[in-house]
Design a protein around this ligand. Structure first.
Ligand code: ADP
Ligand code: ADP
Ligand code: MG
Length: 459
């Protein structure tokens, strides 16, 4: 096993990785920006190295500083977490050339799935359905109009380098297409340093269903079932659950078919380590490939709860060169798990981020409750990074029990000093359609605009 691992990330995922290392008797090195000096990951790690100023491009995105920190502390491997450099093939290459193991997919696999346009083409070659759309990128207004004419409105313009729900625009006619083409390009250029976009059919009211995969780089790839992440706000996930109520209630056969398609895509990409194949599913049960996330995902804990498999530990075993110790048949599912992302945002003010000092902090516990968080009383949430301060995960013998535990746990979660999305999550948990498991990606928009507004009105 590795003796020492550097965690090239911050927040709850850095804490999650350090915990996995401790359980494996691996020493840990935290890196942190000046804004994160008092962060929990710094306190939990065996060693910590400051790598620069608060802005990510002065710290967590600086490959040179991460490698220096790794060399000074003499680590065997780097875990990149999610976001930041986790899907950067160049960073993975630099690690390997410095004799530091990158705990993630090989750069070959990352290159095979380099961006969303390349991944779409790969899915097509794998025989997996993709939304109708452009062949590769769309370089001009005229190209975009031609594609839209062929596939019909509505369409969505998407950045090939996009992530975190950014760099997308929906268009319902030629005028909004031309406008969306330019705004998506500008937004993508600013956020990802890459303006290129493609156009695909906008699927109305879809369900987001994704499959967790694991590959060992020795020709063995399996999936660990699905996660339904349709509860989204502005294309960003808010609540995730497994198994998917849509599959359980309406389309039981999809589980096996989509799981096999996810594995086929991973095989074609020679995928290694943990990854996620994302799909959208329409109301008729037709599914379409979206993208592959080449890293551990925010919502990985719900899969851990129903499969009993520690995904971060598995990532380290694979990076060490161990073959998978499970075959597809060994993967079994038990019970139901739900995750709520707790953000320091004001749900009564358009989810405006609310950084600041946490005064009081009490996190829920009890049977079937898991909290993955770096927050504590006295911690100051910095304004420089994303606003997620924790994940609340509940596990029950069935969906009903997992929901009841979630409502109970949300009502116990006490955070003062900063505004949080806890009350909003509670309103979703009480919604009759959510409770029935009948929802699509426009659920929150409807909740916020429609008849159920009173649920989230300030008392
Ligand atoms: P997940 O499905 O794991 O929730 P998200 O798309 O929500 O994935 O992204 C997880 C984290 O990674 C978020 O903090 C998000 O802002 C960040 N992220 C994802 N993709 C990118 C990207 N291409 N560039 C920068 N940050 C990204
Ligand atoms: P990101 O990299 O930001 O995660 P994705 O391609 O995974 O981007 O899409 C994020 C979300 O945006 C999806 O879960 C879905 O809600 C919405 N979305 C993306 N593509 C489409 C589409 N073609 N039709 C409808 N919704 C889409
Ligand atoms: Mg996605």
């Amino acid at each position: 096993m590795f003796e020492k691992v550097l965690v090239a990330n911050r927040g709850e995922i850095a804490v999650r990785i350090i915990r996995a290392c401790k359980e494996l008797n691996i020493r840990t090195v935290a890196v942190y920006s000046e804004a994160d000096a008092n962060s929990m990951h710094v306190q939990l790690a065996d060693e910590a190295v400051c790598i620069g100023k608060a802005a990510s491009n002065e710290s967590y995105l600086r490959i040179d500083r991460l490698i220096s920190a790794a060399e000074i502390t003499d680590v065997d491997a780097i875990h990149p977490g999610y976001g930041f450099l986790s899907e950067n093939a160049h960073f993975a290459d630099v690690c390997e050339s410095c004799n530091i193991r990158f705990i993630g997919p090989s750069s070959r696999a990352m290159n095979a799935l380099e961006d969303k346009a390349v991944s779409r083409a790969l899915a097509k070659r794998a025989g997996v359905p993709i939304p109708p759309g452009s062949e590769g990128t769309v370089e001009s207004e005229q190209d975009a109009l031609t594609v839209a004419k062929r596939i019909g409105y509505p369409v969505i313009i998407k950045a090939i380098a996009g992530g975190g729900g950014r760099g997308m625009r929906v268009a319902h006619n030629d005028i909004s297409l031309i406008k969306g083409f330019h705004t998506a390009r500008t937004e993508a250029d600013k956020a990802f340093g890459n303006a290129r976009v493609y156009v695909e059919k906008f699927i109305e009211n879809p369900h987001h269903i994704e499959f967790q995969i694991l590959g060992d780089g020795k020709g063995h790839i399996i999936h660990l079932g699905e996660r339904d992440c349709s509860i989204q706000r502005r294309n960003q996930k808010v609540i995730e659950e497994t198994p998917s109520p849509l599959i359980d209630n309406k389309f039981k056969k999809l589980r096996d078919r989509m799981g096999k398609d996810a594995v086929r895509i991973a095989e074609l990409a020679h995928y290694t380590n943990a990854g996620t194949v994302e799909f959208i599913v329409d109301d008729n049960g037709q599914y379409y490939f979206l993208e592959v996330n080449k890293r551990i995902q925010v919502e990985h804990p719900i899969t851990e709860e129903v499969t009993g498999i520690d995904l971060v530990r598995y990532q380290m075993m694979i990076a060490m060169g161990e073959p998978l110790k499970h075959s597809q048949r060994d993967i079994t599912f038990k019970g139901h798990a739900i995750e709520c992302r707790i953000n320091a945002e004001d749900p009564f003010d358009d989810f405006r981020p609310c950084p600041g000092r946490i005064e009081m902090y009490y996190s829920p516990g009890g049977r079937g409750v898991r909290v993955d968080s770096h927050a504590y009383a006295g911690y100051t949430v910095p304004p420089h990074y994303d606003s997620m301060i924790g994940k609340l995960i509940t596990f029950g013998k069935d969906r009903r029990e997992a929901m009841d535990k979630m409502s109970r746990a949300l009502s116990e979660y006490m955070i003062t000093g900063v505004k949080t999305t806890i009350s909003f999550q509670q309103a979703v948990l009480q919604d009759p359609n959510f409770r029935r498991g009948v929802y699509s990606t426009n659920f929150i928009e409807q909740l916020l605009s429609g008849a159920r507004r009173e649920l989230i009105e300030q008392p």
